[in-house]
Design a protein around this ligand. Structure first.
Ligand code: SF4
Ligand code: SF4
Length: 445
């Protein structure tokens, strides 16, 4: 047997090994992803986060079945697994130590140099951060760093459309000796020249998420940039290559709808060819018009089902090249869903308001950076969990899925979304196994 992930130590400690006998009515856990590969079977459990592989010839041995049972890949028929997950969720906050490091999502501007028709910022005031506000934010961050590394997420609007304030914040942190690194959510158009140099050297930019809406003709039409540029697609592609050459990881987000699905296949093939063997450039597709930013009526179940199978096909193509970005298989923060319910994350708007969710720039504030005092009731409201659905009991992702009542992005789920998430998990598990195996990582028993 080869162990690729030993499992999350805290979860294993709380749960302990499963007592009993695998031959007394047991079945594969709803949270076990298993698939045949390389003359054996790969198992990953989304509850324990353990990943193992065993040769076909040894799958039925008593010792391997015993292992599967003790490590919860197999569970007794009598076990109500979702109840076990609920108990674990209650216990985790008691045992998990806070990480200490703080994450700040900073909206430098709500303005943008592109004019995508689907933008969720449409109709909102186009506020830009001033240098004074940037200094105030930097001072707050430095005063509350407590010796920990800070993670800065540049968000907008288009954050690079007001990049000077990023440099102001990073210069102050640098002068005060605060360790930090940053990530960027951007259309990537301005990520070149002096801005790219500042990103690599001053902002300590480690990763940029850049959205592509299709191949050049589709992209150029949808993005509708304000710049006089005959081919913005090529500009962004060149910027991606330049950023990669500076060791900035790129996560390409493909917005997919019924209209551009076929074109996104073309783009994916193009990107895989254009950026071959590029380990630092991963790709992930997301369904457009389902959640936050949805200004167009939600699609019918049949339309969603059709688009879901197209997306799974697209993810399979990407994963086949080892380039699918998505669900992290080893989650270290087990108690929060996202920045909104995390005690170590804040969102700051261009005018210095502080919130918890990046999708709110005009409301839902918990305070201002100038006051530095948070409305605890508002903070607590962001932690309220959303109820699960009946179909969640058969979702492989359930132990990792935390849903918030106030989340505009993931509040709703449906069976198509579940199928998509489960397919993504399976593909990511296989992709990760292949990577680890090719590197010779994995402990043999
Ligand atoms: S992804 Fe959807 S189906 Fe799965 S557990 Fe979460 S809410 Fe339920
Ligand atoms: S949209 Fe949802 S997932 Fe995203 S930050 Fe807000 S609450 Fe979290």
């Amino acid at each position: 047997m080869n162990t690729y992930y030993p499992g999350n130590p805290l979860i294993l400690k709380i749960l302990g090994t499963q007592k009993g006998n695998p031959d007394d009515c047991s079945h594969l856990s709803a949270y076990t992803v298993s698939q045949s590969v390389d003359g054996g079977k790969l198992f990953y459990n989304s509850l324990t986060q353990e990943m193992i592989w065993e040769a076909d010839s040894l799958l039925q041995t008593d010792s391997f079945r015993g292992y599967l049972y003790q490590h919860r890949f197999l569970v007794p028929d009598s076990l109500e697994e979702s109840r076990l997950v609920s108990q674990l969720r209650e216990l985790l906050p008691v045992f998990q130590r806070p990480s200490g490091s703080q994450c700040y999502t900073i909206m430098t501007t709500l303005d943008c140099n592109a004019r995508c028709y689907y933008c969720y910022e449409l109709g909102r005031a186009r506020v830009r951060m001033t240098e004074d506000t940037a200094r105030q934010i930097a001072a707050y961050i430095a005063d509350h760093a407590g010796g920990n590394k800070i993670v800065l997420r540049w968000f907008g609007g288009e954050p690079l459309y007001n990049s000077s304030v990023i440099s102001v914040i990073c210069s102050v942190l640098s002068e005060r000796g605060i360790p930090y690194e940053s990530v960027l959510i951007s259309n990537g158009y301005l990520l070149r020249g002096e801005i790219l140099s500042a990103a690599a050297d001053l902002w300590h930019l480690k990763q940029a998420q850049i959205t592509f809406d299709g191949t050049a003709p589709v992209y150029n039409r949808i993005k509708n940039y304000i710049h006089a540029d005959p081919n913005p697609f090529q500009t962004v592609l060149n910027n991606v290559k330049a950023a990669l050459s500076k060791n900035i990881r790129i996560s390409v987000r493909l917005n997919v709808s019924e209209e551009n699905l076929a074109d996104q296949f073309e783009l994916t093939k193009f990107l895989l060819k254009e950026l071959p063997e590029e380990r630092n450039c991963l790709i992930y597709p997301r369904m457009l018009f389902e959640y936050a930013g949805n200004k167009i009526s939600v699609r019918s179940k049949e339309a969603r089902r059709k688009l879901t199978s197209g997306l799974i096909e697209l993810m399979t193509l990407i994963a086949g090249h080892g380039r699918l970005d998505g669900i992290p298989l080893q989650k270290s923060d087990l108690t929060s869903s996202c920045i909104a319910d995390s005690d170590s994350a804040l969102v700051i708007t261009p005018d210095g308001n502080v919130g918890k969710c990046e999708h709110y720039s005009e409301s839902e504030f918990i305070g201002t950076i100038a006051d530095g005092v948070w409305d605890e009731q508002a903070v607590a409201a962001w932690k309220a969990p959303a109820p699960y659905y009946d179909f969640c009991s058969s979702c492989t992702y359930y132990p990792m899925c935390r849903r918030l009542r106030k989340c505009p992005e993931r509040f709703t789920c449906n069976e198509e979304q579940m199928a998509l998430t489960n397919a993504e998990l399976k593909l990511i598990v296989l992709q990760e196994y292949k990577k680890l195996r090719s590197r010779g990582t994995g402990t043999a028993d």
